[in-house]
Design a protein around this ligand. Sequence first.
Ligand SMILES: [Cu+2]
Length: 114
Amino acid sequence: MKKFTLIVFGVFALYICTSAQTASKKTEKVKIYGNCDMCKTTIEGALKKKDGVITRNWDTETKILTVTYEPSKVNLKQILQKIADVGYDSDTVKASTEIYNKLPKCCRYDRPKK
Ligand SMILES: [Cu+2]
């Protein structure tokens, strides 16, 4: 009986831990305009040191960035701003023309219209 109680308690504690963890994490998929593998490195690299960003993956084919972050530390707008800072547009945050023009030729993606 004692062992059983311990198992029930253990499972319950584990459940609490897992649900607390999922509550503090958020995953979103957002389109980031770009071209190639080099863009991928730049986009993902920009988020590498961003506090609160847990995982990032930009798909070269679909141009979709899948990002997992902690909403208590960072929001999506700040993440998109960080990407715009290195030259990449999203539908909500645009990079400046100056930064865009500094991108290597192969990376000059077709920019979305406002
Ligand atoms: Cu590129």
